[in-house]
Design a protein around this ligand. Structure first.
Ligand SMILES: *[C@@H]1O[C@H](CO)[C@@H](O)[C@H](O)[C@H]1NC(C)=O
Ligand SMILES: *[C@@H]1O[C@H](CO)[C@@H](O)[C@H](O)[C@H]1NC(C)=O
Length: 415
């Protein structure tokens, strides 16, 4: 019995090694131009535990200095937080508005600032530049150092991406001062959170399936994105109709789904690929430029964190900006997420994992890159992380049971 088990284990191990070697040999590090999505799906992502960190081990990662940031919220510095849907951005922002410098909080809950002339909805915070007189009555005295929905609402669009913020800042600059909501001439520092693309995608899928929408006409290069460039995935998208009960298969089948590679276009310079005009460049070139631009921008951003590493992201943030969170970030166990049962199914269903990874192949590569840079920056401040923690956590989820759920899910995947 024991010997038999050993043989099975060995066989599985050998098969995995062959698969890996095969994948590496057939697919050297030459970029992805010319590879179609299906080949990517079967080669790059065939082995789930390597999908994220590639063949890199921690010993190959060298400490990398943090961006050289000197952040003065009392001066001309402003922090833009690019909140990519389903990356834990709301949580991050909730903690971000508790930051302190030298034990002084830098934001106030709105209720604490009764003298402000700015009327806002609940749950917002005011983050005026320190030193602003409490009795200040001019709107500009309340211009925030933090640019995000927490301080401005969706002033620059719904979950604006980097390019959209740039358009928004330019537009603000053209307004008379009394109409401005923030200082468009500030020194802007960009920041964001990234998440494992398969986990993020599932979270967005479940959100849409529950009947929520992110329907919004995005702006790029000062112009609205047209239907011909990103055809809506279902009728009524712009009229606030929902995609209630959509199957994963239908969700994945929509090529112009905004969920696909959302993290890449949220941080790239979209102008360099003619925004969403898919015809302006051959697809391979367009995608390569997008990914390259996203990587370059990430390196230039003052900060990015990774949802799978909350405490480490907070530590990096504090170190970079010289600020302290008043309330620390906590890691939610994967098992506590709404999406846990589905994550478990996807991780255990090769075809499902590969299809999601293929639909997000730019995000997968961007995440790989970001994770390694993140780990390298953490090493510079003496923190080591396990690059495969998400896969390990998902695989530890109890798969007991839910044969019923699994079946239902597989039916769903077939559409
Ligand atoms: C960091 O920036 C400051 C001020 O901008 C500059 O004086 C300093 O030389 C920079 N340090 C490095 C290592 O680039
Ligand atoms: C979605 O499915 C649920 C459960 O099958 C059903 O009760 C609900 O009416 C459906 N919603 C829509 C909008 O189709």
């Amino acid at each position: 019995m024991k010997a038999k088990q050993l043989v099975v284990v060995l066989a599985v191990f050998l098969a995995a090694v062959c698969l890996l070697l095969g994948g590496t040999l057939r697919h050297p590090q030459q970029g992805f131009q010319g590879l179609d999505a299906r080949r990517l799906a079967t080669q790059t992502f065939s082995h789930r535990s390597l999908a994220v960190s590639g063949a890199r081990t921690h010993s190959q990662i060298k400490p990398t200095p943090l961006p050289n940031v000197s952040f003065d919220p009392g001066g001309r510095d402003s922090l833009v937080f690019i909140h990519i849907q389903k990356t834990g951005g709301s949580d991050f922002l909730r903690h971000l508005v508790t930051v302190e410098r030298d034990h002084h909080p830098l934001c106030l809950p709105e209720s604490a600032a009764s003298s402000t002339p700015i009327k806002r909805k609940k749950e917002r915070s005011l983050c005026p530049r320190p030193g602003t007189a409490e009795s200040a009555t001019r709107p500009r005295d309340w211009w925030p150092w933090l640019i995000s929905e927490k301080t401005l609402g969706w002033y620059c669009g719904l979950h604006p991406f980097y390019s959209e913020y740039k358009s928004c800042i330019a537009l603000e600059n053209s307004l008379p001062e009394r109409n401005r909501k923030f200082d468009p001439t500030a020194n802007f520092h960009y920041s964001t959170m990234l998440r494992h693309p398969v986990v993020r995608y599932i979270s967005e899928y479940l959100h849409i399936q529950r009947g929520a929408t992110f329907s919004y006409r995005h702006i790029c290069n000062g112009k609205k994105v047209r239907n011909s460039e990103m055809p809506p995935c279902y009728p009524g998208y712009y009229d606030r109709e929902t995609w209630h009960n959509v199957t994963l298969s239908a969700f994945l089948s929509c090529e112009s789904n905004w969920a696909n590679n959302r993290q890449t276009f949220s941080v790239a310079d979209l102008e360099t690929v003619h925004c969403f005009n898919q015809k302006a460049l051959p697809r391979g070139e367009r995608e390569q430029r997008l990914l390259e631009s996203a990587k370059q921008n990430l390196m230039r951003f003052s900060f990015f964190g990774i949802t799978e590493y909350q405490a480490e992201s907070a530590a990096l943030f504090e170190k970079t900006f010289g600020l302290k969170f008043g309330q620390g970030l906590e890691q939610k166990p994967v098992g506590s997420l709404n999406s846990a049962p589905m994550l478990n199914s996807v991780w255990n269903t090769e075809s499902a994992y590969s299809r999601i990874a293929a639909a997000n192949h730019l995000d997968m590569q961007l995440y790989n890159f970001a994770l390694e840079l993140f780990a390298a920056r953490l090493l510079a401040i003496g923190i080591e992380i396990d690059l495969d923690s998400i896969t390990k956590e998902v695989q530890l989820l109890p798969s007991d049971g839910d044969a019923f759920k699994r079946k239902r899910f597989q039916k769903q995947l077939r559409g």
